[in-house]
Design a protein around this ligand. Structure first.
Ligand code: NAP
Ligand code: MG
Length: 472
C-alpha cells in the first residue's frame, strides 16, 4: 500500500470551552453536577459538561411548554424562516461542526465533513420547506402540533440524529427538550449556540446533557407529549413500557442486523465497495450497517478475496486525518462490547483482519470479517455495532430472502444484482424498512427511515416524518 503523508484537519477552528452548561429557555445554566467528555482517539478530556437531574429536566420541560404557546401559533411561514436561518448557519459553520464531531465522537473527518454535516443542513432545509405547507401533507387541511417533544439520541451520529429529531418537530410547531448521548454532547451544545445566533425564541429548543437517568427523567416527565428515541432495543423496550398507558405519542428507532445480499451477477467490484461502506463506514456504529454479508455460493470465493484485498487498504487512525477511513470506537464500553462479541465469534467461526497497526492510546478495533458463519451463531443474530462483518452464503434467491429475514430486526438491507426484476422481487420480500439496491448506507431527508419488528416503530424523514409530530 502507498504511504500517505499525514493530512490532519486543523482543530483550531473550534473553540472547545473548559465547561458547558445546560441550554434551557435560551440560556446556558448550571446543572446539578458535571461530567467529562473525552476524545476517544486519545482518551484526553475535552470539557466538563453539566449534568441534568430530574429538577433540571423539569425546568427544561417547563420552558418548552411556555414557548409552545407562541411557537405553535406562529404562521408556518415564520417558523420556516427560523429553520432556513438555522440551516444556513449550519452550512456556514459546517467545518467547525465537523471537526468538533470528529473530536468528540471519533469518526473520520471525511465522514463528518462529507456525510454528516451536509445531511444535517439538508434536513433543516427540507423541513423548513414543509413548515408552511403542512396543510398539503396529507394529514388534513390544518394539522396541529402535539406539544412538547422529549427526544433522546445516541452517540453514533450525534448531530445528524439531532437534526432528524429537531427539524421536523419545529417545522410542525412543537417545542423540544433533547438529550444527547453522554459520550457525545459537544455538537448539540454548539447547536444550542446556533439557536441563539438564529434568534430562535427562548424555550423552543432546550438541550439537557447527562446519562441514562437524565434520559429516563425526560421520557417519563408528565409534561412531555411526544417521545422520540433512537438507541438500543433494550432501552427502547423500557421506554415503550413506561409510556404505555399514558397519552404520549412515541417513535422508536432501534437496532438492526442488516443483510447485504450479493447475487452472482452483481458487479463485484462495486459490490465490494458497497460491503465496505456498509459495515466499516463510521466504525460500524450504524444501526442500519450491513453487518451480515449474504453472498451467492458461486461467487463467494471471488467476493471474499476481493473484499480482503480492499480491507487491507483501509486506513485506521487519527479521525482528523483526511486520509483516515476508520476512526476511533466511541467509548471504552462500546469497545469492550465489540471485543466480547468478536471473541464469541472466534469460538464459532473463522476470524480475519488485515495486518494493521492500531494507535497505542484511544479506543480502536481493526476491521474484522468472520467466515463460515451459520444462522445460529450469535454474531449472525446480535447487533455488534462495530467494524465486524459476518459472512454467510446462499444458493437460491429464496434461501437468500429466508436468511436475510431471519433475525429479530428489520431496519435495512441491500441487494446487489444486475437484474432489475430481481431487485424488485427481493426487495418486496425483505422485512426491512429500507432496502438499498446496488448501493448501501445512502441517506436523503426526503426518504422515510424506520424499522420492522424489534428495529422499532414510526418513520423519520420525508413527508412520513411529519406524522410523528402532528396530531393526526
Ligand atoms: P442506549 O443506552 O440505548 O443509549 C441511547 C440514548 O438513550 C443515550 O442518550 C442514553 O444515555 C439514553 N438512555 C440510556 N438509558 C436510558 C433510559 N433508561 N431512559 C431513557 N434514555 C436512556 O445505547 P448505548 O448504551 O449507547 O449503546 C448500546 C447498544 O445500543 C450499542 O452497542 C448498539 O448495539 C445499540 N445502539 C443502537 C443505536 C441506533 O442507532 N439504533 C445507537 C446507539 C446504540 P447515555 O448516553 O448516557 O447512555
Ligand atoms: Mg448508554
Amino acid at each position: 500500500m502507498f504511504e500517505y503523508a499525514p493530512a490532519p484537519e486543523s482543530a483550531s477552528i473550534v473553540d472547545i470551552k473548559p465547561s458547558y452548561g445546560l441550554f434551557i429557555d435560551g440560556q446556558f445554566v448550571d446543572g446539578s453536577g458535571a461530567f467529562k467528555t473525552i476524545n476517544p482517539a486519545t482518551e484526553e478530556p475535552l470539557a466538563e459538561v453539566a449534568l441534568a437531574d430530574a429538577g433540571d429536566v423539569d425546568k427544561a420541560v417547563a420552558a418548552a411548554r411556555k414557548a409552545f404557546k407562541k411557537w405553535s401559533k406562529l404562521p408556518g411561514k415564520e417558523r420556516g424562516k427560523y429553520l432556513f436561518r438555522i440551516a444556513r448557519i449550519l452550512q456556514e459553520r459546517s467545518r467547525e461542526l465537523a471537526v468538533l464531531e470528529s473530536i468528540d465522537n471519533g469518526k473520520p473527518i471525511k465522514e463528518s465533513r462529507d456525510v454528516d454535516l451536509p445531511l444535517v443542513a439538508a434536513h433543516f432545509f427540507y423541513y423548513a420547506g414543509w413548515a408552511d405547507k403542512l396543510g398539503y401533507a396529507g394529514f388534513g387541511p390544518d394539522p396541529k402540533p402535539i406539544g412538547v417533544a422529549g427526544q433522546v439520541i445516541p452517540w453514533n451520529f450525534p448531530l445528524l440524529m439531532l437534526a432528524w429529531k429537531i427539524a421536523p418537530a419545529l417545522a410542525c410547531g412543537n417545542t423540544v427538550v433533547l438529550k444527547p448521548a453522554e459520550t457525545t454532547p459537544l455538537t448539540a451544545l454548539l447547536f444550542a449556540e446556533i439557536c441563539q445566533q438564529a434568534d430562535l425564541p427562548p424555550g423552543v429548543v432546550n438541550i439537557v446533557t447527562g446519562a441514562g437517568e437524565t434520559g429516563s427523567a425526560l421520557v417519563n416527565h408528565p409534561g412531555v407529549d411526544k417521545v422520540a428515541f433512537t438507541g438500543s432495543t433494550e432501552v427502547g423496550r423500557m421506554i415503550a413500557r413506561s409510556v404505555a398507558g399514558t397519552n404520549k405519542k412515541v417513535t422508536l428507532e432501534l437496532g438492526g442486523k442488516a443483510a447485504n445480499i450479493i447475487f452472482e451477477d452483481a458487479p463485484i467490484d462495486q459490490a465490494v465497495e458497497g460491503i465496505v461502506n456498509g459495515i466499516f463506514f463510521n466504525q460500524g456504529h450504524v444501526c442500519c450497517a450491513g453487518s451480515r454479508l449474504l453472498v451467492q455460493e458461486s461467487v463467494a470465493e471471488e467476493v471474499l478475496d476481493s473484499l480482503k484485498r480492499r480491507m487491507a487498504t483501509l486506513r485506521v487512525g487519527d479521525p482528523l486525518d483526511k486520509n483516515t477511513d476508520i476512526g476511533a470506537i466511541n467509548s471504552a464500553e462500546q469497545l469492550s462490547r465489540i471485543r466480547a462479541l468478536a471473541e464469541i465469534g472466534e469460538s464459532e467461526a473463522d476470524r480475519w483482519s488485515p495486518p494493521c497497526e492500531l494507535p497505542a492510546k484511544g479506543f480502536w478495533f481493526a476491521p474484522t470479517v468472520f467466515t463460515g458463519v451459520t444462522q445460529a451463531h450469535r454474531i449472525a443474530q446480535e447487533e455488534i455495532f462495530g467494524p465486524v462483518l459476518s459472512v454467510l452464503t446462499f444458493r437460491t434467491p429464496a434461501e437468500a430472502v429466508e436468511k436475510a429475514n431471519n433475525t429479530p430486526y428489520g431496519l435495512s438491507a441491500g441487494v446487489w444484482t444486475e437484474k432489475g426484476s430481481r431487485i424488485l422481487k427481493i426487495a418486496d420480500k425483505l422485512r426491512a424498512g429500507v432496502v438499498w439496491a446496488n448501493t448501501f448506507n445512502k441517506f436523503d431527508p426526503t426518504s422515510p427511515f424506520g424499522g420492522y419488528k424489534e428495529s422499532g416503530y414510526g418513520r423519520e424523514g420525508g413527508r412520513h416524518g411529519l406524522e410523528a409530530y402532528l396530531n393526526v
